[in-house]
Design a protein around this ligand. Structure first.
Ligand SMILES: Cc1cc2nc3c(=O)[nH]c(=O)nc-3n(C[C@H](O)[C@H](O)[C@H](O)COP(=O)(O)OP(=O)(O)OC[C@H]3O[C@@H](n4cnc5c(N)ncnc54)[C@H](O)[C@@H]3O)c2cc1C
Length: 130
């Protein structure tokens, strides 16, 4: 174990997004993203928590709809470890009805049009992570 929290923050921030990509993404996404993420050339994050709350995942407000061949995701996420620097994101969004069963995970490239990010204004602790 390492006493510096920046190391587990960096590793865990990656690991929670690597597993869904590895287990759930198609072969194209896996081969495009995983070698760069695992080698450290690119960063990845998991985006679940929203400004309205994080504990109640089943109450997620972000929605996604399929429009003209594109998935359009609306809403915002917060407290995303690595969120200011990651290249790839696994984003939870509601595609179905209420509750957990209505939530899907999307692989999102940070270069996607409409994607934006804002640093947290000020934090009390854990300054080693963004
Ligand atoms: C260092 C750090 C890194 C993080 N990294 C990520 C990340 O990479 N990706 C990501 O998606 N999220 C991330 N998060 C967000 C984290 O998942 C949320 O902070 C967490 O889920 C709690 O959500 P919240 O802060 O909105 O608190 P809330 O959900 O608003 O909860 C506030 C308080 O209310 C309590 N509470 C909530 N619901 C109930 C209930 N029904 N009954 C009783 N008490 C309740 C909670 O226990 C808590 O004490 C990170 C958070 C931190 C601190």
């Amino acid at each position: 174990m390492c006493g510096a929290n920046g190391v587990p923050a960096a590793l865990n921030g990656r690991m929670i997004s690597i597993e869904p990509i590895q287990r759930l993404a198609n072969a194209d996404i896996r081969s495009r993203a995983l070698p760069d993420i695992v080698s450290g050339r690119k960063g990845s994050s998991l985006g679940i928590t929203e400004p309205s709350g994080g504990s109640d995942v089943a109450g997620m407000k972000t929605t996604a709809r399929f429009d003209s061949g594109t998935n359009v995701i609306n809403e915002s996420k917060t407290f995303i470890t690595g969120g200011m620097t990651s290249d790839f994101f696994v984003i939870g969004a509601r595609t179905g009805g209420d509750g957990l069963a209505g939530i899907s995970l999307f692989f999102v490239d940070a270069a996607t049009p409409g994607f934006s990010r804002t640093p947290l204004d000020r934090k009390m602790v854990w300054w080693c992570a963004d």
